[in-house]
Design a protein around this ligand. Structure first.
Ligand code: SF4
Ligand code: SF4
Length: 364
């Protein structure tokens, strides 16, 4: 397993982290616990969970697994989260996580799921940030972190304004990296750790291996290995967080970077340019179409359109709208067809037409 320095924290994290959002059958925890133990034996050191994952069972299962972890000379780092904007609720969430995990201290605790700068201001105004810092001073949290869906420039601004944040967790992978690249670069410059969630595009990459074959280089055995190697090679990414569901998935991820020498910077730059140039009729999330005079979050809507192009079932499209982006089809109808965005789109996409398609969807 490759291990990488986590910003200025002084810690070194495994290049692949264990994401606890897709555990096998949370109703029967033995299999999930065995999977967590196998990850430990594979020298994974970063274990991420949260309330609500796996029908709210993930933290309990992590707690049980932690109590019986196989011995290892390596450190073990646990991450969890609270999305409460209010300080008191945030504190209660932290105490619940500590209790469920059976820990006195959580290494990386996240102010969770920050959607946009207004949402971040709410976490500050509501007291979540202050509660996290107080808990850190009391020793209940080692590092205060943020998990976010914001765009790269907004992430860069947040990190510059808040030196107390040690690590940021963000969605980042080979097929959407332009959307948050600026945030990753800023984190590196400012000495913060970066955890990349959804390294396989939320399963889109393996499910559409042929479509995304263009991310694979001659030495990559398959697209999953290519996607993980893309992140592991990036000096700005500390850990790629994979939501494991089976031993086979764990083995495949570990094997993908076994005996792998990370791509040098010039190779990685060429790879990024090749990937960006190979998106065919799809939005890369680069954000160059912004700003829209009606504040329509165009990259987010185009991301949903990407999923439709890839044949995502209605339930997945609904989740992408409502749960992932907190959007609704009616927001796409605000477009007045001015066309400004299309003059700037790097992919020359018919944004107006796609917004009309999205606005007409019935999510039920
Ligand atoms: S065409 Fe629509 S989405 Fe594009 S900038 Fe104009 S109003 Fe915004
Ligand atoms: S619509 Fe075009 S410019 Fe806007 S984020 Fe997507 S690819 Fe980039």
């Amino acid at each position: 397993m490759i291990h990488k320095a986590c910003g200025r924290t002084g810690k070194t994290l495994s290049a692949i982290g264990f994401g606890g959002m897709r555990l096998p059958d949370p109703g029967r925890p033995a299999e999930a616990i065995a999977l967590l133990h196998a990850a430990r034996r594979a020298d994974i050191t970063y274990f991420d969970t949260a309330p609500m994952y796996c029908d709210d069972r993930s933290e309990f299962i992590f707690g049980e697994a932690l109590r019986t972890m196989p011995p290892s000379p390596l450190p073990l780092y646990v991450s969890s989260k609270s999305s409460a904007p209010g300080g008191d609720d945030f504190r209660r969430g932290l105490e619940t996580s500590l209790q469920r995990l059976g820990l006195d201290r959580i290494t990386f605790f996240h102010i969770w799921c920050v959607m946009d700068p207004a949402d971040w201001r709410e976490r500050v105004r509501g007291g979540a940030l202050a509660a996290a810092l107080r808990a850190r001073d009391e020793g209940l949290i080692e590092h205060v972190c943020v998990s976010t869906h914001m765009r790269g420039p907004d992430i860069a601004a947040l990190l510059a304004d808040h030196p107390e944040i040690d690590l940021v967790t963000l969605g980042y992978c080979a097929i959407n990296f332009p959307f948050r690249r600026e945030g990753v670069v800023a984190a590196g410059r400012l000495g913060r750790g970066v955890v990349a969630m959804n390294p396989l595009g939320g399963g889109i990459i393996p499910r559409h291996a042929e479509t995304f074959d263009f991310i694979r280089g001659p030495d990559d055995p398959d697209v999953v290995a290519a996607a993980l190697r893309f992140l592991v090679s990036d000096p700005g990414i500390t850990t790629a967080l994979v939501g494991f569901n089976s031993l086979a998935e764990l083995d495949a991820a570990v094997r993908a970077i076994e005996n792998f020498t990370p791509h040098p910077p010039e190779h990685l730059d060429a790879l990024r340019a090749r990937i960006e140039g190979s998106f065919n009729e799809m939005c890369t999330g680069c954000g160059y179409c912004l700003p829209c005079p009606h504040d329509i979050p165009i990259p987010q809507y185009m991301d949903i359109h990407n999923m439709i192009q890839l044949g995502a079932p209605p339930a997945a499209v609904r989740n992408r709208f409502r749960l992932h982006w907190e959007l609704d089809p009616s927001g796409a109808a605000l477009c007045d067809q001015c066309g400004f965005c299309e003059t700037r789109c790097t992919q020359h996409l018919p944004i107006r037409q796609r917004l009309q398609t999205l606005a007409a969807l019935q999510l039920d």
